[in-house]
Design a protein around this ligand. Sequence first.
Ligand code: GLC
Length: 548
Amino acid sequence: MTAEESYWWQTAVVYQVYIRSFADGDGDGVGDIQGLRARLPYLAQLGVDAIWINPWYPSPMADAGYDVADYRDIDPAYGTLEDAQTLIAEAHALGIRVILDIVPNHTSDRHEWFRAALADEPGARQRYHFRPGAGADGSSPPNNWQSVFGGPAWTRVDSGPLKGQWYLHLFAPGQPDLNWDHPEVRAEFEDILAFWFDRGVDGFRIDVAHGLVKAAGLPDGADADAEPQVMLHTEGRHPAWDQDGVHEVYRGWRSVAERYTPERIFIAEAWVPSNERLARYLRPDELHTAFQFDFLRAPWRAEWLRKVVDDAISSAASVGAPPTWVLSNHDVTRTVTRFSRSQPAHLVDTAWERGRWGEEVPDHPLGRRRARAAALVQLALPGTAYVYQGEELGLEEIEDLPAEARQDPTWVQSGFTDVGRDGCRIPLPWNGTEPPYGFSPDPGAGLWLPQPWHWAQRSAEAQDHDPESTLNLYRAALRLRPELWSGAGPVEWIEVAPDVAAFGRGDAQCWVNTGDSEVSLPAGATVALASEPGVDRVLPPDTAVWLR
Ligand code: GLC
């Protein structure tokens, strides 16, 4: 492996596989490893450098697998450890790296450690945060922290030796938070990392990386912070999040990764209030990269695109890390839908976005046009790009799921006020004209989330031979990306018009028009790729081009 290859992660296009909804191999209506293996050629043809697989460990699925019962095995619904090894080998043979998702902030309530804690086995409860309740009879939660999914972040044990005690869960009650001040917790996770690295895994995406360490004594947050959705603080700091002590954990993890050749890598999911706070996770002896989420929070406005791009690049550069570009993932409204309503003049809050259903009828063709343009911007920027499954098919958020179909714990925990994230997790349409669109080999399989009846034209097969499809736009962009943009140098803005964000990198340029009138393209430039067909001398509204 050349030195350049060992830095693959600095420019990679990483495709996010939400395994439950990617492809079902065994016909039970749930995606699995067998289904993913069968579609690896599709991913190779798409041209991605790596896949990041959402949690596939045994789990009672209180939060779609982010409640892990055993970190060293595979959930039977997805396959076996042997299947996982085969998948890793097959992906590598196609030149695709494999990144897993590690969930260190909390375990499942079915994890053997939590069971041991509830049984009050010696030393077991110290691995979690158990506290007596407040008030004379202990019937109030120990502090005012709220769950990200809604309601108090504490649940009272109602039977057994710990009856009456409360335990902390920043997410669902089935996801008790670990106590990261406990040395056994630290040792256990370093061992889990090595377990998977030994099996050839190339890196980990770290779930809720800013959550692990809590402020000593678990003090109340300020009143304003008692609101749900405390995961992303826009101002101030909350004692549950982004505590300085968390960095010591990652120094230990980095030394585990450095034991391997090539070095294994980490990507932090850390919702912190500023890029400056984020940069602290990326110091040279900590994590390699972190998701920078402002790109997916930016409204469709050139001035915001310029701003989030500049901010992301300069803060990553301050610690020598590559910037990262995320348009979408399994927690947020799909790009097409986000851009299909009127655009605010501020960064959006991802949960706020979900509340817009019913407020304004979405114009999906418009949203899709913008999403295609946004993809070209994303893929022209320096650093790493993350593509969430289904974005390459131009899928929209399914906002009108029937209440009884909803699975996300957010729906129940918010008292049925936040529909949650199911709408971006619908099983992918592969082929055919009606559900399950080839997702499952069994046409009668009841899928874990229902697909809409209008997705025939959005299937991978329907788009495969259509030169104007979103799938073929992504394929073309990923094919051209190394030639035009890899190693092309820094972003240099070109002044065109307030509604146009245009930048050059080396000999190539990327232009995007977020306004409502067309603009002229520079004379002498050749259009290498455009987000809409027929773009030549002028750039129409809601369109992007790559020029050389
Ligand atoms: C992360 C995951 C999300 C999950 C939460 C709790 O934010 O992306 O899906 O619900 O952590 O593990």
